[in-house]
Design a protein around this ligand. Structure first.
Ligand SMILES: NC(=O)c1ccc[n+]([C@@H]2O[C@H](COP(=O)([O-])OP(=O)(O)OC[C@H]3O[C@@H](n4cnc5c(N)ncnc54)[C@H](O)[C@@H]3O)[C@@H](O)[C@H]2O)c1
Length: 285
């Protein structure tokens, strides 16, 4: 039985508390700036509220980062330096450089870093992936992904509404689809974004061009169907099992970093109106 600290008690802090309950891990501590929310999440897991990461670190084996994206780097570096394994919510970081520093720090500390690219744990997405792999639906020519959601209005201090801290929907939301597109079709070579004004009801078609199949295109833009398994629980079970039994992760931190690289290119393309060609990321040691 490993001991866990949940950092952040917003939407994902609550979701992760439910996921951990489906494992034999023990959530011992919750850290968040909003005390009421921290108490709520702690009550869900029979945990205590701690004042900060330093206070809870000696008590745990795993740090589960459900903090706003711009804080992922700072808290991952501290947790890695203390020798803790890390589950970090997606996107891995606000920038590629921050993500690289996180991977390097975890490698240097010999701790495991996993990023919650949860789409791969949705049964419908997995089914389409398996059908492609098994040759049941032929070769991938066009992959069209659509993600529709409401604008989050209750994020902590409205961090989500600040593109500098969240990357906005082009990074924060569509990072799910960038990861899925890469999983399905391989590396992405070019990204082109047309973005309507960033007000309510805005749309952002992002076209990514795969490297392996010239001419193959993915239009990113969730299918609605009943879930057999809660993917947010499945992903925590997967992480916990892999850490406990030293198994590989289904999604590597490098996959998560590649998805962020596509998101940053999508932001750049939206700003310039021009396609952005991706350069392969160097291996992080
Ligand atoms: N996998 C998914 O489908 C999914 C869905 C939503 C959000 N996310 C990601 O999860 C992360 C968290 O998003 P959220 O929606 O839960 O955010 P949120 O705004 O709902 O909650 C953020 C929490 O962080 C705490 N916090 C902020 N600064 C802190 C600090 N310095 N020290 C300690 N606690 C601090 C706040 O008190 C709050 O409890 C983001 O990276 C987001 O992109 C993933």
């Amino acid at each position: 039985m490993l001991r866990v600290a949940i950092l952040g008690a917003g939407s994902m802090g609550h979701t992760h508390a439910a996921g951990w309950a489906a494992t034999d891990a023990k959530v011992v501590g919750v850290v968040a700036l909003d005390r009421g929310a921290a108490e709520e999440v702690a009550a869900l897991c029979g945990a205590a509220v701690y004042q900060g990461l330093d206070a809870v670190l000696p008590q745990v084996d795993i740090v589960d980062i459900c903090l706003p994206t711009y804080l992922h780097l700072e808290f991952t570096l501290k947790a890695a330096a203390a020798g803790k394994h890390i589950f970090c919510e997606k996107p891995i970081a606000r920038t590629v450089e921050d993500g690289q520093k996180m991977i390097a720090a975890c490698n240097a500390a010999g701790v495991r870093l996993f990023v919650g690219q949860v789409i791969r744990f949705f049964p419908q997405y997995r089914k389409a992936y398996d059908a492609l792999q098994d040759g049941k639906i032929g070769n991938l020519a066009v992959l069209r992904l659509t993600r529709v959601g409401y604008r989050p209005h209750s994020s902590f201090e409205n961090w989500f509404g600040d593109v500098n801290r969240s990357g906005g929907p082009l990074l924060d939301v569509l990072v799910h689809d960038y990861d899925y597109a890469r999983w399905m079709g391989g590396e992405i070579e070019r990204v082109y974004t047309r973005c309507s004004p960033p007000d309510a009801g805005s749309t952002a078609p992002v076209t990514t061009y795969f490297k392996a199949a010239p001419g193959a295109v993915a239009d990113v833009g969730i299918p609605l169907s009943p879930l057999e398994v809660d993917p947010y629980t499945a992903i925590i079970q997967h992480f916990y099992d892999a850490v406990q039994h030293d198994k590989p992760f289904a999604v590597t931190p490098e996959d998560a970093l590649a998805a962020v690289q596509i998101g940053i290119a999508a932001l750049e393309s939206a700003a310039t109106g021009k396609p952005v060609t991706l350069t392969p990321l160097p291996e992080v040691n």
